[in-house]
Design a protein around this ligand. Structure first.
Ligand code: MLT
Length: 391
């Protein structure tokens, strides 16, 4: 990563955060400079709040009966999911014509969004950014803590509070679990709370990815009765993959779904999710035998190994080929089986699979833009004009 930095001799330099400092004149210097360690302030009441069961916290992120901050997948019920998918479909249709596009663009030109993405992102970032453009919002961005005052030691909470002074919506991605939750908890107690959308918080949650996954599954199953009654396999690093965790939570909203968790022993789905499924009476199976599951399911959700959270370097180089979907597997799956992947992919899906109509992952990433636009329209109560277009 490259970012501007001011060093001694008052020269403006480019810093490569991984290795060395390189001046604009091309000279390399050995040490990385940082003004101060990050400030960690005590927020009274936060630890107690964080420890509460999620069901007890949802109300805190709700305002006048509507979702205000989007922090957990558990905030979404069936009515909301169906509504948002419908809204996304409408925005998608409107976005295809010049007239529809113009109407959308005039919905929220008076609103500003902050994209605070300090963990790498391609799709979530771009789809949120373009969702904002579709609805006419203007966008500011910070894509690394090294380019914000955090490098001077400012706490992330103060940094986020600063955004709230300038914008009306904060979309945040961070490598720490609970980050979005804490920032919205802090903001909701200030004079200027603005909604926070969780664009991925460490290995725990990615609720808007779950929204686009649901939208994708509903679209892929539109000729086979929708998501109710379907069998879904989730494959790969289920232990640290936040997408499969958030999507699993959403299964409580669908009738008669059945899950197959297919993972190497070291990356099995964590107990908290399995306990949640048991409480909700959602049947799930666990196996390492991917090929045996292929003919049984209506959708296969592939994931990559999440090395960034690795505690054991031995897992770094292993690619787990037994958990890859290859061209030869296409003949083993149902004619209607949808293949999904939140992307980025490495070797989990052979590129030769891309041409098969059941490969839904490229459609899936585009769906993210429409459903995120629907979510932003919802957050700002701007849906009425969209609904009226179709009444
Ligand atoms: C994520 O942000 O979790 C991605 O979309 C999936 C991944 O990184 O593997």
């Amino acid at each position: 990563m490259v970012f501007p930095f001011l060093t001694h001799k008052n020269k403006f330099v480019i810093v490569n955060s991984q290795t060395k400092i390189r001046s604009l004149e091309g000279k390399e210097e050995d040490k990385m400079e940082k003004y101060a360690e990050q400030t960690i302030q005590l927020y009274e009441g936060w630890e107690e709040f964080y420890a509460k069961p999620i069901d007890e916290k949802i109300e805190f992120f709700t305002l006048k009966g509507r979702l205000f901050d989007i922090i957990f997948a558990q905030q979404f019920d069936r009515q909301f999911l169906d509504y948002l998918c419908k809204l996304a479909e409408m925005i998608r249709i409107m976005g295809k014509t010049k007239m529809g596009h113009e109407k959308l663009r005039h919905l929220l030109p008076h609103k500003r969004a902050m994209l605070y993405f300090v963990q790498p992102s391609t799709r979530t970032y771009l789809s949120f950014q373009n969702a904002c453009y579709i609805l006419g919002l203007s966008v500011s961005e910070i894509r690394g803590t090294a380019t914000s005052s955090e490098v001077k030691g400012e706490s992330p909470e103060d940094t986020i509070r600063t955004f709230a002074s300038y914008v009306d919506l904060i979309i945040a991605r961070h490598s720490e679990a609970g980050f979005a939750e804490k920032t919205s908890w802090v903001l909701n107690q200030t004079e200027r709370p603005v909604p926070v959308l969780n664009g991925g918080s460490g290995p725990d949650q990615h609720p808007t990815q779950a929204l686009l996954d649901i939208y994708t599954l509903e679209r892929e199953f539109r000729n086979t009765g929708g998501l109710d009654g379907k069998k879904i396999a989730m494959v790969g690093d289920l232990k640290r993959g936040r997408t499969v965790r958030s999507l699993s939570y959403l299964m409580k909203n669908y009738k008669d779904v059945e899950l197959y968790y297919v993972a190497p022993e070291v990356f099995k789905m964590k107990d908290d999710i399995k306990e949640f499924l048991s409480r909700q009476n959602i049947p799930y199976h666990e196996t390492e035998d991917f090929e045996s599951v292929m003919p049984l399911v209506d959708a296969i959700y592939m994931t990559r190994i999440q090395n960034e959270y690795s505690e054991d370097p031995r897992t770094e180089s292993e690619t787990y080929p037994a958990f890859h979907f290859k061209k030869e597997h296409l003949s083993r799956i149902h004619a209607h089986c949808a293949i999904l992947h939140p992307l980025p992919r490495r070797y989990e899906i052979e590129v030769a699979v891309d041409k098969d109509p059941r490969a839904a992952y490229w459609r899936q990433e585009r769906n993210g833009m429409w459903i995120r636009a629907a979510l932003i329209a919802y957050v700002f109560h701007a849906e009425q004009e969209i609904l009226e277009e179709f009444s």
